[in-house]
Unconditional design. Sequence first.
Length: 377
Amino acid sequence: MRSDEQGPAAKKPDTTGAAKPDLGEVRARIDGIDRTIQQLIAERARWARQVGKAKGKLAAAVDYYRPEREAQVLRRVLDRNDGPLDDEVLVRLFREIMSACLAQQEPLKVGYLGPEGTFSQQAVFKHFGHSATGLPLASIEEVFQEVAAGNADFGVVPVENSGQGTLQVTLDMFLTSPLCVCGEVELRVHQYLLSRSADLAGIERVYSHPMSLAQCAGWLRQHLPGVERIPVTSNAEAARRARNGDDAAAIAGESAGHVYHLKRLAGPIEDRNDNTTRFLVLGRESFPASGHDRTSLLVSVRDRPGALYGVLEPLARHGVSMNRIESRPQHGGLWQYAFFIDVEGHSEEAPLKDALAEIGAAAGGVRVLGSYPVAVL
């Protein structure tokens, strides 16, 4: 390999501004680095194939996917990064490389709340990369059903928003579904007003998912008072409907505007500048610890004084941090409730493992929905 193909180790660029660089030499250096990057990606893909051979003949792509391993790789990327690219950019690049390498065996099939252009689809790409095959489905319930039936390898469903709280339909599905939580995605959500018309004054109705309407309620009161707000099953469905009339608009992400050929009338229009939605990754099996994990629990309590305290006290005593607790009516019992609890740690490792053993004796029932890597950016 020639010296101009050795990458940044051969000669670091002078960033002091002491002399004007020769443009031809700079471009030659970049070309050499590009060749080296391409060679290394190809080498990584070949070694990824060796992983498949080492595991032996497995049934499908899902058998090769290891979320704990991906999380460890991405954390090392962050640890090594000292610029000039920021962490988010580097994580996205490495995620796509891993996605492409995995897809050599067979692309993962990932179900999500469709149609195409939803924030759920964006969450799929953020977590699994663009080499995964997305399966748009009509409802959150259908995402659970398709993963449980084996028609999708994984599913991605929204569970909570930083401003509007929990999506109850997702929690309720866990009361009867056998699926596990094997990952989480945090997606910064920007909402836009989209229409085929370019005239804001002519808008008479706005379609969107109920949670998105709530996220933009202040903006709507200020800029479109009196306009009819029509809730639909997803933001992409809102965009699909809005394309049918000049007097209609949708609140959705920019990707939905591209898919359904709508103009951006305004945005971002969300009321909170930290508007973030958390998604859960659904699977049929649990995975080993990654070193920085979260565990989701479903706990039913006996109807007696101090029952909930008996569940929470062991967590505090063992030094386990609780991230979230939410109650939902339990199926099959009037005025009986199940608690969804997110805690730090992996269920197979101390101190959480020890705390769970004590909780099991105090509670009416404890189910570990899943232990999974904390979202990497």
